[in-house]
Every structure is written in structure tokens, then in C-alpha cells.
Ligand binder design. Structure first.
Ligand code: MEV
Length: 309
């Protein structure tokens, strides 16, 4: 039997803009999904049918990896679903990692490519940031061209992404989950529609890309005040692009007195916000008092890890 564990992620800067090929920065967090696969006489996921609507990502990972099976698959997820913390990317990467491992070899770049194929087909339109971060771990910076610590390049039509490893200093974030579930695909479509009809929206996407470049600079200098201001601005732009939610703004307002900055993370429309802080207990308390669910997350975690038992 093979076991693969993959981390969730938070996007520090650049969600949505990255779908258009703009820069973005994500870090792997200490919430993980573990997938176990073992040969069996028929296909199953958590003792139920693999055709269950809940197992779309796993079923597509089976297809993408060319696994013949049948396999008994078990999933242990520590990442809340539709929360902006990369649960679908983590289950896809962990499924692919375990299925390749049982056949003999796991190559991170191949897993990242297949996981992106899966996410792209389910969402309709996507960037490779979530799946590459869950595969590689640590911090992943997407750029428009190849730079230092290059990992791999991905392409969809005209759009291309150069993914890079980044070492970033330890940072403390508190994630506030609104409890409002929002599917990523329709939110990505909404931003696309806004950009098709509005030059102002297209300018905002470009500004988010620049915020990522300034953000990685500020983080590497440990300039938390500037990092926080850039997060605040990034959040305003995401709101203006139509992917905000009142509950996100409430949690952000609650966290702000104890934070350098805060923004939605992931697709938005609900989901989660993150706050950069050196007072995580105060922030977590304020988020819970405002009706959210708080997670103190450790950044820069290991990527996909596989073992054969
Ligand atoms: C979702 O975590 C991030 C988005 O930018 C979508 C994507 O990159 O595929 C909203």
C-alpha cells in the first residue's frame, strides 16, 4: 500500500490575477491531506463508490495518472473544504502521489502537471499555483519569466506560468474561515467576465501582479509593515474585482487592530481571510468572536511526501 500526504496552502498575494498569468505567491501550511491506496478487488473511496459526486478530484486523478486499478482509496483530510486553503489541490496531489508510488515512481513535476490538468478541468479555468504549492511545499512564487530557483513551467493556450521555489522567513498568519463555502470555478469566471468588459478591471489585475513583486521583496526584507499594507491593498482590489464577501470584511475588521495587514485568501466569495500578525492569540480570539473559525498556521511546510508500507 502507498500513502501520500500533501499540504494545504494560503495565497499571500496574487490570487485571481495569477489565472491571467500575473505573479503570485503561495505558502504551504501545516494542515495536510493524506491519501492511502492499496490494490483491491473493486474500486472504492472511503468504503463508498468512487463515482460519488464528492470524489470528483480523486476520480479525475485516477484518469490523469492512467491508473488501471482497482484500488481501495482512503482519504484523511485536515483541510476544511471550499475554505481557500487548497483542500482540492491537496487531495488531488496526494491521490496522484499515492497512485504513482504504488506503481513504482513519483516525480514531483509530473504530479504537479497532472494535478493542474485535474484542477483545470474541474474548475474550467485555473492557474497551477495551488497544485504546484501542494506538490513542492515551502513557498512558491509564480513569475512571467524564468528566474532563480526555477521549478517548472506550465502553459494553457496563451497563458504561461513559471513556478519558482522561494525561501521566506518564518511568518505567523491566522486564517479566518467564514464558514461560507464558495466554489472557485464561478468566481474565476466572474473575474474573467469583469476583465472582458472593463479596462479598469484589467488594470487592477496588473496592479495585483505588481503587489506580488513588491510583496515578496518586503517579505524577504522582513518588512512586515509594508507586507501588511500590500495585503490590505490586494484585498481592496479583490473586492473591487467582485470576489469579496461581507463576512470576509467582518473578519478582516476584527483582525486588523492586532495585525500588520489582512486580506482574503484563495478564490474569495466566502472562504477564508488571512492576517499577518505577531499577536496570533489576539487575532484568533477576535476572529472567533466575530463568528469565524480561526486557524494559526505555520508556513513553509514540506510538500508532497510519499511512503510505501
Ligand atoms: C484559488 O486558490 C486561486 C485562484 O487564483 C484560482 C487559481 O489560481 O486557479 C482564485
Amino acid at each position: 500500500m502507498a500513502v501520500c500526504s500533501s499540504p494545504g496552502k494560503v495565497i499571500l498575494f496574487g490570487e485571481h490575477a495569477v489565472v491571467f498569468g500575473e505573479p503570485a505567491l503561495a505558502v504551504a501550511i501545516d494542515l495536510r491531506t493524506e491519501v492511502t491506496v492499496a490494490p483491491a478487488s473493486e474500486w472504492s473511496v472511503d468504503r463508498g463508490s468512487i463515482d460519488d459526486a464528492h470524489h470528483k478530484y480523486v476520480r479525475m486523478a485516477v484518469e490523469a495518472s492512467g491508473t488501471k486499478g482497482p484500488l481501495r482509496i482512503a482519504i484523511k483530510s485536515g483541510i476544511p473544504e471550499s475554505s481557500g486553503m487548497g483542500s482540492s489541490a491537496a487531495v488531488t496531489v496526494a491521490s496522484l502521489g499515492a497512485m504513482h508510488a504504488i506503481r513504482g515512481g513519483v516525480e514531483p513535476e509530473m504530479v504537479a502537471r497532472e494535478a493542474f490538468d485535474v484542477e483545470h478541468s474541474v474548475q474550467g479555468r485555473a492557474s497551477p499555483i495551488d497544485t504546484s504549492t501542494s506538490t513542492h511545499g515551502h513557498a512558491v512564487l509564480v513569475l512571467k519569466e524564468r528566474g532563480s530557483d526555477f521549478l517548472w513551467r506550465m502553459q494553457r493556450g496563451e497563458r504561461q506560468w513559471y513556478l519558482h521555489h522561494r525561501d521566506i522567513p518564518p511568518m505567523t498568519f491566522v486564517v479566518g474561515h467564514t464558514g461560507v463555502e464558495a466554489a472557485t470555478g464561478p468566481l474565476v469566471e466572474r473575474v474573467k467576465a469583469n476583465c472582458e468588459k472593463s479596462a479598469k478591471a484589467r488594470k487592477m489585475i496588473a496592479e495585483v501582479g505588481q503587489i506580488t513583486l513588491d510583496g515578496i521583496d518586503a517579505i524577504q526584507k522582513k518588512d512586515w509593515a509594508t507586507s501588511g499594507q500590500l495585503m490590505d491593498r490586494n484585498h481592496k482590489l479583490l473586492n473591487a474585482l467582485g470576489v469579496g464577501h461581507d463576512k470576509l470584511d467582518e473578519l478582516i475588521a476584527a483582525a486588523k487592530p492586532f495585525s500588520y495587514g489582512a486580506k482574503l485568501t484563495g478564490a474569495g466569495g466566502g472562504g477564508s481571510m488571512i492576517a499577518l500578525t505577531d499577536k496570533p492569540d489576539e487575532v484568533a480570539h477576535a476572529i472567533e468572536a466575530a463568528g469565524g473559525r480561526a486557524f494559526k498556521v505555520l508556513t513553509g511546510q514540506r510538500g508532497m511526501e510519499v511512503s510505501i508500507r
